[in-house]
Design a protein around this ligand. Structure first.
Ligand SMILES: Cc1cc2nc3c(=O)[nH]c(=O)nc-3n(C[C@H](O)[C@H](O)[C@H](O)COP(=O)(O)OP(=O)(O)OC[C@H]3O[C@@H](n4cnc5c(N)ncnc54)[C@H](O)[C@@H]3O)c2cc1C
Length: 348
């Protein structure tokens, strides 16, 4: 949607095709809702720099959908963490981001070395969706079609013709943008473009209610198989995710194909009990987490980033015949949407 808006400003005629009934039903809705500000990526300086660069701009542009009221706690475990507290403090100091040590006993009963108050925010995906839809609707040269699953393309004289087996409408275009996240390879392969080396994870975000004593906080233990409790819908609910238990299954095929197929009516059994057990190992006994429901989605990780945990934006243009092109955009984070601007300005 940001690409459509940006290209419209550059006088392009744009058409948005979305297979679901609405925008923001997939990864952009089912995620931790964290507006990243460096902390999460001490092992990938490049992702940290990118998220920092766009942090303030995103807060300005989407201020109406940002929750700034929570106190954000990052904690470092005594053992198993890939980053220790000295490294975390040095990292924050080097990058000039706030990190104030707090009394870890406020939240954690054991296994935590140090805990810090930091500066990060949460976003409300639905508010962002509604705003972006309005932005799109008021631009006369952008059309949007929902329930339109692109599954066929054909070359016709100087154009690419796009069609769908669930809709009679056809579209012809010179330039196609593939921003389909978990289905990115499916669309690339339709165009005979190379597939991207990707690992898919069937991911579970648990929505929960938390006891009063942590209702104004969010808690993240980094940097390994730990967990986060974050505000969702600006804090009406909380999300619980665990690096160990959120992924149910990995898939290394060209397109996601899980045994616990999230698109069928059979929804995988929740990992909440395991997540809860994990939180109980660390958190004070008076902190309560009550299950509400689970949201399942596919998380996409570029295979090249599995070791340093980076979440870059991948943008690549493939030239097709007759001056046509396919531009594939894989977005690693929400607040790095602005990266496409440099790409379009340098590749017109
Ligand atoms: C579990 C999890 C936690 C995350 N946590 C965070 C976080 O805290 N902060 C953060 O910044 N980022 C986070 N991310 C990453 C972030 O969610 C993604 O980078 C971002 O949402 C990707 O946006 P997108 O528009 O590319 O993908 P999506 O929002 O998935 O949009 C792709 C769209 O393409 C549509 N589509 C697919 N195939 C077709 C087709 N053939 N025809 C038509 N339409 C099609 C889909 O229906 C979908 O609407 C997280 C991701 C996951 C999975």
């Amino acid at each position: 949607m940001h690409a459509a808006r940006f290209l419209w400003n550059k006088w392009f005629k744009v058409c948005l095709l979305e297979k679901e009934w609405d925008a923001f039903t997939q990864a952009s809705y089912i995620n931790q809702a964290r507006v990243h500000n460096w902390y999460h990526y001490p092992r990938s300086f490049s992702t940290a720099l990118k998220t920092k660069e766009y942090f303030n701009r995103f807060i300005n542009d989407f201020g109406f959908a940002i929750n700034q009221n929570f106190t954000k706690i990052y904690a470092i475990a005594e053992k198993w963490s890939k980053t220790n507290s000295i490294e975390f403090e040095l990292f924050c100091e080097k990058l000039g981001i706030p990190c104030k040590e707090i009394d870890k006993n406020m939240f954690f009963k054991k296994w935590i070395d140090k805990a810090y108050e930091t500066l990060e925010y949460a976003f409300d995906a639905i508010k962002i969706r509604d705003f972006m839809k309005e932005e799109i609707n008021r631009r006369s040269n952008i059309d949007s079609f929902y329930h339109y699953e692109v599954d066929h393309i054909k070359k016709e004289s100087d154009w690419i013709v796009i069609s769908s087996s669930n809709n009679d409408r056809k579209f012809k275009a010179k330039n196609i943008i593939n921003a389909t996240y978990e289905w990115i390879n499916k669309i690339n392969l339709l165009f005979w473009a190379p597939k991207i080396d990707i690992k898919y994870e069937l991911a579970e975000m648990v929505l929960c209610n938390v006891s009063k004593n942590i209702r104004n906080y969010w808690l993240t233990i980094m940097d390994w198989e730990f967990f986060s409790i974050m505000p969702f819908w600006l804090g009406w609910k909380f999300s619980l995710s665990s690096v160990k238990h959120t992924p149910h299954e990995d898939c290394h095929k060209d397109v996601p194909n899980f045994q616990k197929n999230k698109n069928s009516y059979w929804i995988p059994e929740t990992n909440f009990p395991k997540m809860l057990e994990q939180t109980k190992d660390f958190l004070n006994d008076d902190i309560e987490i009550k299950y509400d429901k689970s949201l399942f989605t596919t998380k996409v990780v570029l295979s090249s980033t599995e070791n340093d945990d980076a979440r870059p934006t991948f943008i690549k243009k493939y030239d097709l015949e007759n001056d046509c092109s396919l531009i594939t955009i894989f977005s690693g984070k929400i607040n790095t949407i602005y990266e496409i601007e440099d790409f379009f300005l340098n590749n017109n």
